[in-house]
Design a protein around this ligand. Structure first.
Ligand SMILES: NC(=O)C1=CN([C@@H]2O[C@H](COP(=O)(O)OP(=O)(O)OC[C@H]3O[C@@H](n4cnc5c(N)ncnc54)[C@H](OP(=O)(O)O)[C@@H]3O)[C@@H](O)[C@H]2O)C=CC1
Ligand SMILES: CC(=O)N[C@@H](CCC(=O)OP(=O)(O)O)C(=O)O
Length: 313
């Protein structure tokens, strides 16, 4: 028997990438919607309710509508939008979040796939807050460098039209300091205050790196770059999709520049700790369309179904 999977939003950036992952799977039958009816609620409802797993790769409002159309108690929803990431009754689709997270993903029928920036930020902060190395009341700031595919079809078209010179330089955004990932970045790290977060979109398709600068004077006495790196190594030991790099990664320092695209076309996250006696910078790198979106959604599906977590990734 094959699992039946429906991708609502199959023509979008996240949906297309999920379909690429699923195409190689022998254990999955993809239920496809007639492109002319892809926004027809009745046809979507029929397929959503026929599916064992439904991926929602839609704007928030359309995701909420899709969830309201589901009456089959056996349909497991994996929503890629921002709509349910801190909602009660939904499991956060980040298996590496905490030791109990895989169990939550396995048992629920409602999984909220994390945002791309949020995934990198949470994987940096959560282990250190849990270990008491970053007290929960520490004020935290972060930047993120991201490729333009994170903005979906519309932003991809703008960049690829090639007729707007203002897109040639990296562009900081979300300067209202209210980026849509902030609620999940706060809730799933345990931080007591909302971080200051400034993402920067650059003229490249995909790849993302979140940086968190810290003064060691903000942290408990005795915390060093080495101790932070050791805490990551301990927390992520055995995690196949997370690689904790050596402290002050010699290869990056020798190169002189950080490569935000080095995990593209993988489901991998790399974690770095740079620093001196008084300061550190934490960096997490991933493919915003891989572990930042479609790869993470497929990984959560695998966990939910109880098949090999890396199948097809
Ligand atoms: N791109 C990324 O890196 C990431 C995106 N996400 C999230 O995933 C979701 C999808 O994003 P993304 O793939 O980038 O967006 P896109 O704009 O590329 O794709 C969205 C798709 O949804 C379709 N759609 C819109 N409204 C409806 C509707 N009512 N019924 C059915 N289909 C509809 C659109 O149709 P049409 O083709 O006509 O426009 C489009 O094909 C968003 O919530 C986004 O926030 C999450 C993580 C990362
Ligand atoms: C470049 C760009 O605009 N990126 C998007 C992030 C995409 C993503 O991961 O977030 P969602 O799942 O929440 O859409 C942004 O910062 O809003």
């Amino acid at each position: 028997m094959k699992y039946r999977v429906f991708v609502d939003g199959q023509e979008g950036t996240t949906g297309l990438r999920i379909n690429e992952y699923l195409a190689a799977r022998q254990d999955i039958e993809v239920l496809r919607i007639d492109p002319d009816r892809r926004k027809d609620p009745a046809e979507r409802a029929r397929l959503l309710n026929a599916a064992d797993v439904a991926f929602l790769c839609l704007p928030d409002a359309a995701s909420r509508e899709a969830v309201s159309l589901i009456t089959n108690p056996n349909t497991c929803v994996i929503d890629a939008s921002t709509a349910f990431r801190t909602a009660p009754g939904w499991a956060f689709g980040l298996p590496e979040l905490a030791p109990e997270q895989r169990d939550l993903i396995r048992k629920t029928k409602r999984i909220a796939n994390p945002g791309c920036h949020a995934t990198a930020f949470i994987l940096l902060l959560r282990p250190l807050v849990d270990a008491g190395l970053i007290p929960a009341n520490t004020p935290i700031s972060a930047t993120s460098i991201t490729g333009y595919s994170g903005g979906g079809k519309k932003m991809i078209e703008e960049y690829e039209a090639g007729n707007n010179p203002t897109l040639d330089a990296p562009r900081p955004y979300a300067l209202g300091l209210a980026h849509k990932h902030l609620p999940e970045m706060t809730a799933h790290t345990g931080l007591l205050s909302t971080p200051v977060f400034m993402p920067i979109v650059g003229p490249f398709l995909k790849g993302l790196a979140v940086s968190v600068p810290l003064h060691l004077s903000q942290l408990p006495a005795g915390v060093t770059a080495e101790k932070l790196q050791e805490a990551f190594a301990k927390r992520y030991a055995g995690e196949r999709f997370i690689r904790v790099m050596p402290v002050r990664d010699p290869a990056t320092l020798a190169n002189g520049f950080f490569d935000a695209q080095a995990n593209n076309d993988t489901n991998q996250v790399d974690i770095f700790v740079f620093g001196n006696e008084t300061q550190v910078v934490l960096i997490a790198r991933l493919d915003n369309l891989g572990k930042g979106a479609s790869g993470a959604a497929v990984q959560s599906m695998n966990v939910h179904l109880g098949v090999d977590e890396g199948l097809g990734l």
